[in-house]
Design a protein around this ligand. Structure first.
Ligand code: ADP
Ligand code: ZN
Ligand code: ZN
Length: 801
């Protein structure tokens, strides 16, 4: 095999195909599909994935592979195939698919610099760029970007004055620790003991007794020796020092109480029996485990996993990032101990890499993780579980735009194993499939504790205003909070911030401060009196006067958690409040710390955003308050009602999970909306039926499929024109059964300095779709090169904005 086909790390249409390279003699038989290599590509040196090795190539003059980056393939045959499947279904580039499967630490990273091609050309540098190259010939891209000189630099590159240089580097290396081991036969070592000074003798006999290498740190800790005796032993040739690879264990300082499985309830037993039978039979099926909050779904997952592990197989558990709480991790660690790897965004790049390698080396049999853990490189999967399957965070919003549920089912089919989708509020898509018998429905209709679900009261905030209460707390909620304080019980308050902005508005002229790059209002942050854009990260100080009319009456509107906290401490001065939001949980470990303080009853009220809605389980919480239930209802998104229903149901599930009965108060300005009414009655099925009728009437999923196409450009007319052309092309080439809507300006009309127009395809069956969409990409890629129109296609959109 002399030729390798390589997917290079340039995410673009032109490079989205394998390129052939010559395999030099020394790597013949070494290089396999799924390994990473570096190759020359034009003037650059790039990383890439080998996807095939073969004997011949149609290309005459092949360039050689430069380096091999892996000793064994990092992507196995199954994952390489899965990549092709993602390309086909999500229209992503091959390189994006493969990179999504690996931890960030392994992703290709370059040090990118711009270099002066020739000292003589220095004079030809544009004036504004000259200072960057003063006294040197090379500058990092980052500096050029930071200085806002990108365009000027680009021109200089086009004129041949500067050239782009890429240097491959790997982000996080393996972590190693120095270990000492005996270098001579142990018989000889024993004889030498007598002639050694005391300290050296201690070290050598410790190593003899241990029978294996000991870390230098261990020697120093146990024996209290300095490095001198060790060095003496090394110099004599009795001991060698090696770098031994170790894992960074994020849970290093934690101990987990081993847990024994409880006796299952009848409903749990029945559900488990079906899943376990499917595991034992090695057959692919998809189950929907529909169980109210606190009905013991997690316990069913764990015993089903047990079955898979007993069969010598592996399992993946996906949990939404937001509910991958310390409590959740602890439950799995307690039950499965060192068999578990955990993958979530709270880990450092290096820690994630370590967890991934434990999986890759088959040192663990179970992974609990967020969305991307669905790509865990197990080779003998016995089951995949997706908890809270309705969560939209399972959909990735950048290339590859995959949904973890689809990937899980695709992999499970290949491994011939079951998938379990669990939820108290299944997505409409999933419940509809279960209703049709495509998925098998398993139900846990009751809570484990015989308390039942909490009482829910809906408070009409318009009434409050009419009767003169201008506060953000209704009288009822305040009364109940006071009662909890008196009884020493705890409360959780949710401020639904999604779609809710603490924007800054001028009361005199109505001017709202917006991001200069994105068409959305900036959010006010108390810390440092700053305003931030939650899309692009743009940040600026709060202005004292209205930029439009000069009035001083400019201030923030809407309600942030900080403002609620202030009001809360004003109304209930004795209450101890813990606030959880992006500001207080930014630091690593902060999330965990705040929760354990609340668990230890160091506070009476836990106030937070969506991040507190799920998975938390505190015995002493008897009241849950939702401050503004309807903020999400008005988003331009056909799933707005579904999301509202899900959130209210989930957060209600936090109350009264144990001995003490729970109560929920939902404050809203639209108390008669069906999503709020039905959430208050815990009536999922009624909500399902009502919402399905609406979806059918308006032609939305699950009755129809959608594809969203967005064209973006710095000039609004250019974006609009491109979107028009695309819509016309689609109308011409798709069948009459597909409806093409638009183009219209996107709800977020401008993002990252680009204006956005979108069109939507609605269809039930459209065999031509993939081919037509690929043609759209091909046609507009040329445009992108010239005019800079950016076209994105989402074949299963969850973000409608
Ligand atoms: P869900 O995942 O459906 O919200 P959990 O699995 O978290 O529910 O269960 C709720 C509580 O009931 C947990 O504290 C759990 O330990 C407990 N539990 C679950 N199953 C049983 C059982 N069969 N017997 C006793 N307690 C159980
Ligand atoms: Zn003004
Ligand atoms: Zn912005």
């Amino acid at each position: 095999m002399k030729v390798a086909s390589v997917i290079v790390d340039v995410p673009s249409r032109q490079t989205d195909r394998p390129f052939d390279y010559w395999i030099p003699e020394r790597w013949r038989g070494v290089i396999q599909p799924g390994m990473r290599v570096t190759v020359p590509f034009g003037a650059r040196r790039l990383q890439g994935f080998v996807v095939d090795v073969k004997d011949h190539s149609d290309i005459k003059q092949l360039k050689p592979i430069e380096h091999v980056l892996d000793v064994v393939p990092v992507l196995n045959e199954e994952l390489l195939d899965l990549g092709r499947h993602l390309m086909e279904t999500t229209l992503c580039f091959a390189i994006s698919a493969y990179q999504a499967m690996l931890p960030a630490a392994m992703r290709a990273k370059y040090e990118k610099t711009l270099r002066l091609t020739d000292e003589e050309k220095r004079e030809m540098l544009p004036d504004e760029v000259k200072p960057l190259f003063a006294g040197r010939t090379e500058a990092a891209w980052k500096e050029v970007e930071a200085a806002g000189l990108w365009r000027a630099a680009q021109k200089a590159v086009q004129q041949g004055v500067l050239e782009a240089v890429y240097k491959v580097k790997e982000k996080a290396g393996k972590k190693t620790v120095k270990h000492a081991a005996i270098a001579i036969p142990s018989e000889q070592a024993k004889q030498e003991l007598g002639s050694l000074p005391t300290r050296q003798k201690e070290v050598l006999s410790f190593l003899l007794e241990k029978g294996q290498a000991a870390s230098v740190a261990e020697l120093q800790a146990v024996l209290g020796v300095s490095s001198a005796p060790l060095k003496a032993l090394v110099d004599k040739g009795f001991v060698v020092l090696n770098d031994v690879e170790v894992y960074r264990d994020p849970y290093e300082h934690r101990t987990f109480q081993p847990s024994e499985p409880p006796v299952l309830t009848r409903a749990q037993e029945a559900a488990l029996a079906k899943i376990a039978a499917s595991v034992r039979a090695g057959e692919h099926r998809t189950f929907l485990l529909y169980g109210v909050t606190g009905s013991g779904k997690t316990e069913v997952y764990m015993q089903a996993i047990d079955e898979a592990l007993r069969q010598g197989k592996e399992a993946i558990v996906l949990v939404p990032e937001i509910s991958l709480t310390p409590q959740m991790v602890e439950r799995f660690k307690s039950r499965f101990g060192s068999k578990v790897a955990v993958l979530h965004s709270g880990l450092s790049v290096g820690e994630k890499y370590d967890e991934w390698r434990k999986i890759h080396r088959k040192e663990v049999q179970l992974v609990v993780g967020a969305r991307s853990a669905v790509f865990a490189p197990f080779e003998n999967l016995g089951m995949i579980i997706i908890d809270e399957e309705h969560e939209t965070s399972y959909k990735q919003e950048e290339m590859p735009r995959y949904h973890a549920r689809d990937v899980a089912i695709y992999r499970a089919r290949r491994h011939s194993c079951p998938v379990v989708l669990g939820s108290a509020t299944p997505s409409l898509e999933t419940f509809a499939r279960a209703a049709k018998g495509v998925y098998e429905l398993l139900e846990l209709p009751e809570r484990i504790s015989d308390r039942g679900l909490p009482d829910v009261h809906v408070v009409d905030m318009r009434e409050e205003l009419r009767s003169g209460n201008r506060s953000m707390f209704s009288r009822r909620l305040l009364d109940e909070l006071r009662r909890r304080l008196e009884r020493g019980e705890q409360a959780v308050l949710l401020l639904n911030r999604r779609g809710y902005s603490t924007f800054v508005m001028c009361r005199s002229c109505g001017y709202v401060i917006r991001c200069p790059h994105c068409d959305i209002s900036l959010t006010y942050h108390r810390a440092g009196e700053r305003m931030k854009c939650h899309y692009c990260g743009h940040e600026e100080p709060l202005v004292p006067r209205c930029p439009s009319c000069g009035s001083e009456h400019i201030r923030f509107f809407g309600t942030g958690t900080q403002k609620v906290e202030e009001e809360l401490t004003r109304l209930l001065p004795k209450a101890r409040v813990i606030r959880m939001d992006v500001d207080t949980t930014g630091r690593k470990g902060a999330h965990e710390e705040l929760l354990s303080r609340f668990a230890a009853k160091e506070a009476d009220i836990l106030l937070g955003t969506q991040m507190i809605a799920k998975g938390l389980d505190f015995p002493n919480v008897t009241l849950v308050g939702v401050l503004a239930a309807d903020t999400m209802l008005h988003l331009p998104d056909f799933r707005a009602a579904e999301k509202t229903f899900q959130l209210l149901t989930q957060v209600s599930g936090r109350a009264g999970r144990h001995e003490l009965p729970g109560e929920v108060i939902i404050q809203t300005y639209t108390p008669d909306h069906y999503s709020i009414e039905l959430a208050a009655r815990h009536d999922y099925r009624a909500f399902y039926q009502r919402e399905m009728m609406l979806r059918k009437a308006h032609g939305y999923p699950p009755y129809y499929y959608l594809t969203l196409i967005t064209a973006a450009h710095e000039e609004a007319p250019a974006a609009a024109k491109a979107a028009e052309k695309i819509a016309a092309y689609l109308r011409k080439h798709l069948s009459h059964e597909a409806a093409v809507l638009g183009p219209v300006a996107s709800p977020i009309a401008r993002l990252h300095d680009r204006y956005r127009y979108q069109c939507m395809i609605k269809y039930k069956r459209e065999p031509n779709l993939t081919a037509v969409l690929k043609a759209v990409i091909d046609r507009y890629q040329a445009d992108a090169a010239h005019g800079g129109v950016m076209v994105t296609i989402d074949t299963n959109p969850y973000m409608m904005m």
